[in-house]
Structure formats: C-alpha cells, structure tokens
Design a protein around this ligand. Structure first.
Ligand SMILES: NC(=O)c1ccc[n+]([C@@H]2O[C@H](COP(=O)([O-])OP(=O)(O)OC[C@H]3O[C@@H](n4cnc5c(N)ncnc54)[C@H](OP(=O)(O)O)[C@@H]3O)[C@@H](O)[C@H]2O)c1
Length: 261
C-alpha cells in the first residue's frame, strides 16, 4: 500500500475494504484496534510503540482509518506518556505520510461525522493536561479516580477538558459511559492490560481490527503484553481471514472480525 496514493474519500474506502474485506460496516461498535506480533505458535504480543517498533504503511492506514470512523477513541495515561506527540484532532488524522484531507473528507462525506472523534483517557492521575491528544476540539474526557479528579478539576475546566472521577474507575465503565453518550463506534487504542478487560464476559468488544507482524523475530524491547491467542480469538469471533501485505521489513497480515455476522 502506498499512502501517498490515497488522495480521495474513494481511495480511503477502497484501501479500507482491501485490508478489512466486505461487507465493511460504517459503524464498528466497541472496536479494538491493535498491532501484534505472532510468536509462530499463535500467541499474539502487542507491539510496544517506540523507535525500534517495525513500521508498516498498511498498519498506519488501518489505525488512521479506525480513527476516521470513530465517534470516540479510548486510550490510557500510560500510552499518552509514552507518546508525547500523539494528537487526535483532524490535523492528526493523517500524519506525515498520509494526507489528512482525504481521511477527513471520508469521515464527513461517507460517514456523516462532522466533528473530530471524542477522546477519553483512563488514568489514575499521572497525566499532563498539556498533552496534545487532549483538547477542547476533541471534547476530551479524563476518566479517573475521585481523588485525582478533584485535583485536576480547575485546570481541566480552564482547558475545556471534562474530568470524571469515580471511586473505582475501570475501562469497562469508561466504555459504558461513551455508549451512554450515543457513541456508535468506540475505538479502543489502549494497551492490553486495560483493553483485555473488555473481553471478559459479558464481552463488550463488538469488533477487532487486527494487524499481525509475521516476521520470525522482533527487535529487543518491542514485545509487549499478550492479547488473546489466535485460537481464543477464533473461538469467540469465528475464523480469522487475513489479507497479507509484504513490507520491506517482512510480512504483515490484517483481519477484521466482529461478533455480529
Ligand atoms: N501495538 C498496539 O496496538 C498498541 C496499542 C496500545 C498500546 N501499545 C503499547 O502497549 C504499552 C501499554 O500497554 P499496557 O497494557 O502496559 O498499558 P495500558 O493498558 O495502555 O495502560 C495502563 C494504564 O491505564 C491506566 N489504568 C489502568 N487501570 C486503571 C484504573 N482502574 N483506573 C484508572 N486508570 C487505570 C493507568 O494509567 P496511568 O498510569 O496514567 O495512571 C495505567 O498505567 C505501551 O508500550 C504501548 O506502546 C501498543
């Protein structure tokens, strides 16, 4: 996939269908988007994001397509600290290799979504409200403890960020809150230690957008926590059908599965 060849909303639509197949619903429900490495025995380890992480143009597109389709994006304070330049506004939908304009036009014209996705960050409080992923424009919500919420409230209000404190904040509670606000596609970008709780029964995950790096090994320090194995995913979602893309650093595979046929 050449990102520079994506110039129009039709190009976006075509590229998404090429990776994720047909039919491709306009809404994804609670949609977990993740990039993992397969150890060869079907265990899937999250790729930690950093300098050494193997890159894939197709994966970059997949992540940004999931953002372009989302009513809300969920991440954690831990990820924001490890990616200090992460943004979610329209200007951040593209990124340097992928032109933002066709992604924004796709979002508006094809999906009728006129506002940027809303962003919710789960944290126990170690979060700088100056992080560029949090803004008035994306109607950011910080989902945190009651104590941290009390500490942040004044500063957050001045920045147009909503802070919601709970005695026992959880990923599941945060996602339920977004559902209650009417969000139809909630893209889960958080790491495995929090996103996996959404698979607990009763599952809250409606869709998985899965990228698998299929090279035989990973650079040091890139292997993160495991998600469900291939076998467990297939038991829940049915057979995984992959589209394979050869990148300069090796083979990558893409699949989309959901709980409703
Ligand atoms: N390849 C991928 O698709 C992908 C996707 C996401 C992340 N990652 C990588 O995965 C790693 C992070 O994943 P992870 O599983 O270690 O962490 P994670 O699930 O993203 O985040 C853990 C953080 O969530 C917050 N949290 C957890 N439980 C909470 C609770 N009950 N109440 C309030 N806040 C709570 C805390 O944030 P605070 O520390 O702010 O309190 C905690 O440190 C990073 O290396 C990242 O690069 C990769």
């Amino acid at each position: 996939m050449r990102l520079t060849a994506i110039r129009t909303p039709s190009d976006v639509d075509h590229a998404a269908r090429a990776l994720f197949g047909e039919p491709l619903p306009a809404t994804g429900g609670v949609s977990h988007v993740t990039a993992v490495w397969d150890d060869g025995a079907g265990k899937l380890y999250t790729l930690k994001i950093g300098e050494a992480t193997p890159k894939s143009e197709a994966d970059w597109f997949a992540l940004h397509w999931s953002r372009a389709r989302a009513d809300a994006i969920v991440n954690t304070g831990k990820v924001l600290r490890s990616e200090p330049r992460l943004t979610y506004g329209f200007e951040g939908l593209g990124g340097r290799e992928l032109d933002a304009a066709p992604m924004v036009a796709y979002r508006r014209e094809r999906l009728g979504l006129m506002e940027p996705p809303r962003v919710l960050i789960l944290t126990r409080g170690a979060l700088s409200l100056d992080h560029p992923a949090l803004s008035r424009d994306n109607r950011a919500i910080v989902w945190t403890t009651a104590e941290a919420a009390a500490d942040m409230q004044g500063e957050a209000r001045a920045r147009g960020i909503e802070v919601i404190g709970s005695e026992a904040p959880t990923m599941r509670g945060a996602v339920a809150h977004l559902r209650g606000l009417g969000c139809r596609t909630i893209s889960i970008e958080a790491g495995p230690s929090t996103s996996l709780s959404l698979y607990d029964p009763p599952t809250m995950v409606d869709e998985l957008l899965l990228t698998v790096y299929e090279a035989p090994s990973l650079p040091d320090g890139v292997r993160g926590g495991a998600i469900l194995s291939r076998t467990d995913l297939e038991a829940r979602f049915g057979p995984l059908s992959f589209v394979r893309v050869q990148e300069p650093n090796g083979p990558w595979a893409f699949a989309r599965v959901n709980t409703t046929p």
